[in-house]
Design a protein around this ligand. Structure first.
Ligand code: IPE
Ligand code: IPE
Ligand code: MG
Length: 254
């Protein structure tokens, strides 16, 4: 990987693999509808894509993969669909955690857990503690997650820890209280399913992420579709406010 160095930062230029990929897995419902199947079938098929993508990230030695599975706004869906998704999530955790552990994958759940039932909270805690010390891929699953919630909970945590702090907080301090404080900001954001929006995903961290939108529906997002996203990322020049000339100068010095 090439690096663009400045006084205080070391900025990666995307000639290499992204180190953190964040994904909005969208299009399960439309995938099912096209086949005159219930939406639930699309969600189930979407789980197969999750397997494939996790495997691809492990093969490519990508350190961080973050998947948006259920947004804070998805509670607005019909009750049956919400409970199907929660069950699918619970079953997925039960069935997959041992395999994730065997593959040295660390699993982290990000999102507001207060709305989950006790059984689900137990399963999440069990899965996280089993895989806590794994050193391979860090797989973060965002469930009942919202970018605004994340920023607010960070502000509230900071305020609680330092109630009399009046001088104002800086970016680093806030970032260290976000749900994903343990990961670098995503290099590549992928949204399947054709919509071109962020839908309240990692609002803070996506500030300088390379965005990739594809019409491919999530259940159809296979390895070749993933490779296209990587190729698109690798064709970009990340300037972080600098000029193109500054970026090429810094790259040629590395
Ligand atoms: C994404 O697929 C999965 C979740 C939001 C849980 P959708 O269910 O949003 O599928 P579409 O957008 O209706 O096709
Ligand atoms: C975003 O998908 C959330 C997840 C994939 C979990 P949605 O399908 O809920 O997004 P909107 O409502 O179309 O923006
Ligand atoms: Mg959708």
């Amino acid at each position: 990987m090439g690096f663009l160095s400045s006084a205080s930062t070391c900025i990666p230029i995307c000639t290499d693999m992204p180190q953190h990929i964040a994904v909005i897995m969208d299009g399960n419902g439309r995938w099912a509808k096209k086949r005159f199947l219930p939406r639930a079938v699309g969600h189930k098929r979407g789980m197969d894509t999750v397997h494939e993508l996790v495997k691809a990230c492990v093969d490519h030695k990508i350190p961080y993969l973050t998947l948006f599975a259920f947004s804070s706004e998805n509670w607005r869906r019909p009750v049956d669909e919400v409970s199907f998704l929660m069950n699918l999530f619970m079953q997925g955790l039960k069935q997959e955690v041992a395999k994730l552990h065997d593959n040295n994958i660390k699993l982290v759940l990000i999102g507001d857990r207060t709305r989950f039932n006790a059984e689900l909270i137990d399963q999440i805690e069990l899965s996280e503690s089993l895989t806590l010390n794994n050193t391979g891929l860090t797989l973060s699953i965002a469930v009942n997650y919202g970018g605004r919630w994340d920023i607010l909970q960070a502000v509230n945590k900071m305020h609680k820890a330092m109630p009399s702090h009046v001088e104002g907080f800086d970016e680093e301090h806030l970032a260290s209280h976000l749900a994903m404080h343990y990961a670098p900001e995503p290099d590549l954001f992928i949204r399947t399913g054709g919509e071109k929006r962020i839908s309240n995903f990692m609002l803070w961290q996506l500030a300088y992420t390379e965005l990739y939108f594809t019409d491919t529906l999530w259940p159809d997002f296979d390895e070749s579709a993933f490779n296209l996203a990587i190729a698109s990322y690798q064709s970009r020049e990340r300037r972080f406010g600098r000029t193109s000339e500054q970026v090429s100068d810094a790259t040629s010095k590395n």
